[in-house]
Design a protein around this ligand. Structure first.
Ligand code: 5AD
Ligand code: SF4
Length: 463
């Protein structure tokens, strides 16, 4: 008799690094006999891969655990055991506290310990209490995880190249939850990228909390920069697009800016957080750059790649932020004109210096500032999208859209693009006419598909 497979459900919160970690965990657990299911009700093992970056993200985990408790009880009544795990940055930050506050949790695993997850499951299943692994081991968890396999017909994939952060911005939990900066060796990354390419991936987004500080061992053993890594990955023929995120302005070297100017595979899109426009607030945030430094950097990047789409992160209501400080933030936005942006109200995170600062800004003032800022950012995003109407653009189609016959892809500038076309175009980069723009996406028409026999059937318009 064959052993029945066990069912796994992972819910991912937060950033793309968690998305990548969840994929790697499910691959590792796949080797241990788990198959993924769509709902927690159907799962023998439920993992919440959590985010601690802002208060709301962490609170969502506890409210989910309340619901999971009911599911576990209901499954128990039907004779099924359910193992519940909390992974990710809440696990790292709160550790044992989670097991105390939510006894439904069977084990807690931090982001650096995923290669030991099968062992943790076994311990929890034996009835061991307080199973927890939030060590920061030396070296690279990825080396201990099974080799990467891309899902079927995955056009675009994430690849974590760097983890952790030594910058210690005073508002941020990352240096505490993900630990010190660590870069994977270049050869290990190239091997993973080649495997992704072989399975049909056309676009890779390199991930790291401080990705442009990448300094992994290069081919000669000496540290290699992100610029060197990008140029090396660009040599993989099937990889046609490269992106990276998230970058710190201090690590935006001339060498890296030059890559945007002359490496065609590096897409004209850059996420470059500036957080605040006032130098006084930037200093209190320990950002180690001024507003002038940022604007100067933007100028140099645009000189290298004039059409680059810039994206950013902004915090409003950092402790001590005055009306004039907030105006300085608005002025940076007005000057740069972002194609896209993420903006947040400051959220005091336990253990970070900013949480203990005096002059915390009142919640309603933070909300009012955020509203004003987001109105400006929305207008800029719409203007950027509108300016694309009437242009031709190469689009990498990634998946079917919501409507029958519709496909969704990405422009070079990372905009979502909708067009009618056959599913066989998924994974292809196709030149399209942009017909119109909405605030969050572009509408396009596929005018011609590559002249290859297997594509002929794909050309017939649908709808
Ligand atoms: N409060 C609000 N926003 C924060 N971010 C990080 N920490 C906080 C915090 N305590 C934002 C920053 C960062 C993004 C990932 O999240 O803008 O760039
Ligand atoms: Fe957090 Fe980014 Fe600052 Fe590092 S550089 S502490 S990850 S905001």
């Amino acid at each position: 008799m064959t052993k029945p497979t066990k069912k796994l459900f992972i819910k991912t919160f937060g950033c793309q690094m968690n998305v990548y970690d969840s994929e790697r965990m499910s691959e590792a657990l796949g080797q241990a006999g788990y198959t993924s299911v769509e709902t927690p009700e159907a799962a023998d093992l439920i993992i919440l891969n959590t985010c601690h970056i802002r208060e709301k993200a962490a609170e969502k985990v506890y409210s989910d655990l309340g619901r999971l408790k009911q599911i576990k009880t209901a499954r128990g009544a039907e004779g099924h055991d359910t193992v519940i795990a909390v992974a990710g940055c809440v696990a790292q930050a709160e550790g044992l506290e989670i097991l105390k506050r939510a006894p439904v949790v069977d084990f807690v695993v931090g982001p650096q310990s995923y290669h030991r997850i099968a062992d943790l499951i076994a311990r929890a299943q034996k009835g061991e209490r307080d199973v927890i692994d939030i060590e920061f081991p030396d070296g690279d968890k990825f080396q201990h995880l099974p080799a990467r396999r891309a899902g079927a017909r995955m056009a675009s994939a994430f690849l974590t190249v760097q983890e952790g952060c030594d910058k210690f911005c005073t508002f941020c939990v990352v240096p505490y939850t993900r630990g010190v900066e660590y870069s994977r060796a270049l050869s290990e990354i190239v091997t993973e990228a080649e495997r992704l390419a072989a399975s049909g991936v056309r676009e890779i987004t390199l991930l790291g909390q401080n990705v442009n500080a990448y300094h992994g061992a290069g081919e000669d053993g000496a540290p290699a920069t992100l610029a060197v890594l990008l140029r090396r990955l660009a040599q993989i023929p099937a990889i046609e697009r490269l992106r990276y995120t998230t970058s710190h302005p201090r690590d935006m070297s001339e060498e890296l800016i030059a890559v945007h100017g002359d490496e065609e595979k590096v897409m004209p899109y850059l996420h470059l957080p500036f957080q605040a426009g006032s130098d006084r607030i930037l200093a209190a945030m320990n950002r180690r750059h001024t507003c002038g430094d940022y604007l100067e950097l933007v100028k140099r990047i645009r000189l290298a790649r004039p059409d680059i789409a810039l994206s950013t992160d902004i915090i409003v209501g950092f402790p001590g932020e005055t009306g004039a400080d907030f105006t300085a933030t608005m002025e940076v936005v007005e000057q740069v004109e972002f194609a896209q942006a993420y903006s947040f109200k400051f959220s005091p995170r336990p253990g970070t210096p900013a949480a203990a600062m005096e002059d915390q800004v009142a919640e309603d003032l933070k909300s009012a500032r955020l509203q004003e800022l987001q109105a400006l950012l929305r207008a800029q995003q719409s203007a950027f999208n509108d300016a694309c109407a009437g242009r031709k653009m190469p689009v990498l189609f990634e998946r079917p859209g919501r409507r029958p016959g519709q496909l969704v892809g990405r422009s070079p500038y990372l905009q979502a693009v909708h067009a009618n076309g056959s599913d066989s175009l998924i994974g292809e980069i196709i030149e399209v006419d942009i017909l119109g723009a909405g605030p969050n996406s572009l509408e396009a028409e596929i005018v011609s598909v590559p002249n290859r026999p297997e594509m002929a059937a794909a050309q017939a318009p649908i709808g």
